[in-house]
Design a protein around this ligand. Structure first.
Ligand SMILES: [Zn+2]
Ligand SMILES: [Zn+2]
Length: 153
C-alpha cells in the first residue's frame, strides 16, 4: 500500500525504504507509531491518504506488450504445489525496481497467501495448492503497480 502526504506529495511506500533507520522495509503505514510525521514536511499521520492500487489485468490469450510480458506470471501445477514464476525471469530484482510480492487469491478475491520477494531473489514462488477451480495471481512490482491474472472461470 502507498500513502500520499497531502501537504507535500511525499509518498510512503512500504516497499521503498525512506531512509529512516527505525522503519524496516515492508512496514505497513498502519503499523507506524502514532506520532509518525512526514519525513519531508513533518505533517502528522492525518495528512496521509491511502493511494488505491492500480491494477493491470493480464489476459494470457491476447498479445502482450513488453511491459506486460515482464510481469506475466507463468503457472505450473506440480502435485499439490502451485509454482508461479515471472515470465522468462527478465524482470529486474533491484532495490529500485523489483517484483516485491506474488499472491494467490481465491475466486472471491480473498487472499490465500502472499509471498514476499527480496532484492536479487529469483521471482519464483510456491504455494500449497488445494485444487481451486478458479483463482487469481497478483504480481506486485515496486514500479509498475499490481498485475493481475485470473485462472479458470
Ligand atoms: Zn509531507
Ligand atoms: Zn516492473
Amino acid at each position: 500500500m502507498r500513502y500520499l502526504c497531502t501537504n507535500c506529495n511525499y509518498i510512503y511506500d512500504e516497499w521503498e525504504w525512506d531512509g529512516i533507520e527505525e522503519i524496516d522495509l515492508s512496514t505497513k503505514f498502519e503499523d507506524l507509531w502514532d506520532t509518525y510525521t512526514c519525513p519531508v514536511c513533518w505533517e502528522g499521520r492525518d495528512s496521509f491518504h491511502e493511494i488505491t492500487e492500480e491494477i493491470n489485468y493480464l489476459d494470457g490469450n491476447t498479445h502482450l506488450y513488453d511491459l506486460e510480458i515482464d510481469h506475466f506470471p507463468e503457472i505450473e501445477i506440480k502435485g499439490d504445489k502451485l509454482i508461479v514464476s515471472i515470465w522468462n525471469g527478465i524482470h529486474p530484482m533491484w532495490d529500485s525496481h523489483r517484483v516485491s510480492s506474488i499472491s494467490l487469491y481465491d475466486e472471491y478475491w480473498d487472499l490465500i497467501e502472499e509471498k514476499f520477494l527480496w532484492i536479487d531473489e529469483d521471482p519464483v514462488v510456491e504455494f500449497d495448492f488445494d485444487d481451486l477451480w478458479s483463482y487469481e495471481i497478483r504480481v506486485r512490482c515496486s514500479l509498475h503497480w499490481v498485475w493481475w491474472r485470473k485462472i479458470g472461470e
